[in-house]
Design a protein around this ligand. Sequence first.
Ligand code: PLP
Length: 282
Amino acid sequence: MRVLAFLDGTLADPDQAHLRVDDLGVLRGDGIFETILVTDGKPRELGPHLDRLARSAAMMDLPEPDRAAWERVVQLVIDNWSGSSEIALKLVLTRGIEGDPSSTPTAFALGMEIDEKVKRARAEGIAAITLDRGIGTDVAERAPWLLLGAKSLSYAINMAAVREAARRGAADVIFTATDGSVLEGPTSTVIVARGRTLYTPPPTIGILPGTTQGDVFRAAERAGWTTKVEPLRVAELASADGVFLASSVRKLTRVHTLDGEALPDSTEVHAELARTYEAQYA
Ligand code: PLP
């Protein structure tokens, strides 16, 4: 099941072609996106997702997204959904048509079913590898034109990293900086548990501020956990009580094996955190 709606409120057939071949999203990956999890008809963290869409747009000199229109189109997709109880809802905004200064951004929302592989990973955990991103933690500040921390459509590098993981027998990646700092996954935020404290690296080092990470941290704090946003070293991961990859669609996925080595068993920590996170949506 898929539902497609354009930002102007028109529903469209997702099996038909709608984009122009000279759309800058197609030609240059010049645009931004969000992926939102909808459960039982309710979008999770819609506000933070739309905040981040606006932040990405500002970083890329795109027009400020029309928040009310995006809220309406999200609801339109949900209202027309007749698939399973969960939707992966993608919001896409491109710079529009190449060479046409009067063109307006191409903007649409696409609701999709969630992949079985993702559901399995949520339940069983995954093996991950660390990969050097080849950058220092000061690059976001020194070279903002590299758009680190913007959720741009240019994800070819991220997808290449996931393929490299597959070649090495793993499902996902934790990117590291040249100084050995933990960055993020290609499509996820890294969360580490040590005792009753959760850690995640700060977005200032050139990573995306995760809406799921924020949500997990707020729920965990209410349940008595301490949370810290501070730099993490890759060498610390092997001894942590839990290493998790968080994102809207995968939720909180446990990393059970890192670079071919089994990590300490985090099944129980994961179950507790997953319960705490879900309880707010019950
Ligand atoms: N970091 C990157 C690079 C991502 O692409 C994503 C989501 O796709 C995340 C982190 C997690 O963000 P969220 O929890 O808002 O889905």
